[in-house]
Design a protein around this ligand. Sequence first.
Ligand SMILES: Nc1nc2c(ncn2[C@@H]2O[C@H](COP(=O)(O)OP(=O)(O)OP(=O)(O)O)[C@@H](O)[C@H]2O)c(=O)[nH]1
Ligand SMILES: [Mg+2]
Length: 217
Amino acid sequence: MVSIILPTKNEESCIGPTITRINEICHSPRIVVVDGNSTDRTVEIAKKYGVEVIFDHGLGKGEALRCAFDHVQDDVVFLDVDGTYPLELIPDFIEELAEYDLVVGERVRFDGDALPRLFLVGDALSRGLFRLLYSSRVDNLSGLRGLRKEAIQRMSLESDDFGIETEITAKAVRLGLKIKKIPITYTARTGNSKFRPIQDGIIVLKAMFRYRFKDLS
Ligand SMILES: Nc1nc2c(ncn2[C@@H]2O[C@H](COP(=O)(O)OP(=O)(O)OP(=O)(O)O)[C@@H](O)[C@H]2O)c(=O)[nH]1
Ligand SMILES: [Mg+2]
């Protein structure tokens, strides 16, 4: 089985359509929404659609994902609930998990004004630095991924914040796990971004160096 994890913090405009679409394209999926104490109607809508809803402890997206991984004890596909990622490719991610430990939605195209210029520059710098430090070309910030249960166990994930994708990518490379990249188009977001360019950019940078040199044995 593969569980589909949806981290949410005030995503009331996208949660309903996202669940509907996943139900259309996947065969009886187990969908788990992990919510960061949304103050809008996100939780109410998720419950109305009949999916499991759990809550993080308010520390950020990384902690939310770790809570969800602990909860499901399963292979996972996770993605942002903001309309940016191609939901129709989720079955491909599920399929590739039969062979690969980590499946990354490699953002190769950005639709229109999907990302402001500052974000695009930061994104390119982040990928460049990752490549330099890890000798590996992987989209370390992509929020659409598949991850096998055994890989999650081996990684002993610890990030609470937006460093989580970088931690997962870094550890997958350093542990020699099998990584599959699926090229995707990134679309403009619906609703407000939770990513703060300066603070969260620094968090990503720190994660990049921390997991390059940390003893993983
Ligand atoms: N449970 C939980 N979810 C969160 C938290 N912070 C963000 N999220 C969700 O995690 C996903 C990623 O956050 P985004 O705001 O999309 O961050 P981003 O993708 O880096 O930035 P954009 O490109 O602007 O979308 C979204 O679905 C958010 O609702 C949190 O603290 N707890
Ligand atoms: Mg997003």
